[in-house]
Ligand binder design. Structure first.
Ligand SMILES: [Fe+2]
Ligand SMILES: [Fe+2]
Length: 202
């Protein structure tokens, strides 16, 4: 998408689903526990704060908050039920990562495609993620309620949103390292996300 195109997209009016989500009102098909809702609220609050610091237009600030609220809308649904919502290429994703593509499928036509894309790839990443998609990927990992690496993650939050891509590289390096140490596979989308961000900075 060209720079001019993305500016136009940013100024498009919010959809009803985005407007409701920005207030914390989720679609009726959501499946979340109260604890998950608290996590989603923290992710949405971080995104709203970052979008505000970046001085994005008000409509975009609300859209970033909506993405935070919507990203885990199906996180507590049985993965077996989500398999039927995703594309054939996504069907081999590990169960815990199906909720992104499944929520994106349910959001088709109801949110801006940029929100849909951010939700679809918030767990595994994707080289095509724009600034909103990258911010959601980071807010999900950096939100203050997670119990691990508290000081390191706080130090990365302090660098946001000004240093989004350097922080993204640190988070991606850590997550890839974790997958390797756990002898887990790395999705091609995740590897391409890493390579894309590295190459952009060279
Ligand atoms: Fe998630
Ligand atoms: Fe999440």
């Amino acid at each position: 998408m060209s720079g001019a195109g993305s500016t136009e997209a940013r100024l498009e009016a919010l959809t009803a689903v985005e407007l409701a989500a920005a207030r914390g009102e989720l679609p009726s098909w959501s499946r979340i526990t109260p604890k998950r809702r608290e996590h989603m609220a923290r992710v949405a609050a971080l995104l709203e704060e970052w979008a505000g610091t970046l001085r994005l237009p008000e409509v975009e600030v609300l859209r970033w908050a909506a993405a935070g609220w919507l990203h885990d809308a199906l996180r507590d649904e049985e993965p077996g039920r989500l398999v039927h919502d995703v594309t054939s290429e996504e069907r081999d994703l590990p169960g815990p990562t199906l909720h992104g593509p499944a929520a994106a499928a349910r959001l088709q036509g109801a949110v801006h495609p940029r929100v849909q894309n951010a939700v679809r790839y918030h767990t595994i990443g994707h080289p095509g993620l724009d600034r909103l998609g990258r911010a959601l990927y980071l807010a999900d990992f950096l939100e203050p309620g997670r119990p691990f690496s508290v000081e390191w993650r706080a130090s990365l939050r302090d660098r946001m949103p000004q240093e989004i891509d350097p922080v993204l590289l640190e988070v991606l390096a850590s997550r890839l390292q974790h997958l390797i140490e756990q002898r887990k596979p790395i999705r091609p989308e995740t590897a391409a996300f890493w390579s894309g961000v590295v190459e952009e900075r060279q």
